[in-house]
Design a protein around this ligand. Sequence first.
Ligand code: PLP
Length: 333
Amino acid sequence: MIDLRSDTVTRPTRAMLEAMMSAPTGDDVYGDDPTVNALQHEAAEMAGKEAALFLPTGTQANLVALLSHCQRGEEYITGQLAHNYLYEAGGAAVLGSIQPQPIDAAPDGTLPLDAVAAKIKADDVHFARTRLLSLENTHNGKVLPREYLREARRFTQEHNLALHVDGARIFNAVVEYGCELSEVARECDSFTICLSKGLGAPVGSLLLGSRELIHRALRWRKMTGGGMRQAGILAAAGRYALRHHVERLREDHDNAAWLASTLREAGADVRRQDTNMLFVRVEAQDVGELGDYMKQRGILINAAPVTRLVTHLDVERAQLEQVVQHWQHFLNR
Ligand SMILES: *Cc1c(COP(=O)(O)O)cnc(C)c1O
């Protein structure tokens, strides 16, 4: 199957599996797993942060970050469409008694800082205490402008807020900036990385930040059930991904750009393409039929009025050529 639903669908490569099979392991709840420790150390080093923590999922990494930054009755400002507001089952509110204050993102994926400022609560018994600003980079494929990251850093310092970045796809942004991870990471207090998306690991995320924050995060990870034992098998996949699958994200971006322009030529209504994602408008009455049509031809998509297609290391250009052919046949049927 050619699976364009998400970059989470990637399978470990043979070389990654070999790295997993030969990884030394120990009990990570005792802090004894050498491969987990190596991954955390290497990631922190790469990011120029004091410490890193390996977690099972990006959702848990965001939750643990929010729990580590905010106390009960405090508040984080985030986007209406941010993963840690919309797509994490309300975890921070349910499990942390942390109030989300969502605001609309601008078309470029940033949270306008004047809109953020307007939502910062005064120190008054009526209000929750505003503690944290949470950004997402990339956001629906969009790379936040680097100048904005610097401004957000200054802004949060001035307003005494912590700054967290949900960096599930931060490396897609780093590849576009053409800079080092550390140059982006220094503009925030904490951030997450998903190893299981475009980087191609089967499982795992990282939370990075100060030693003190990660120390608090360790207790929350245990409490939320994320303390794993011989997790080195999974961490080995993450280490392999950080070494071998970062630079190649550029191929995914090139493939997405190629697919966007070629689908357009074939008559599809491609609305936009950013990094490894493109969004195609589909006539409401065609949505169900398109999904079935593609599936019968070995192509998996999440058909919707705006269909998101995602490129990743398990789809090659030749397969995308097939996608375009079938899409064109569908439009001309
Ligand atoms: C995928 C994703 C996450 C978390 O993903 P998991 O599926 O829980 O690993 C968090 N934030 C963003 C922006 C994501 O795309």
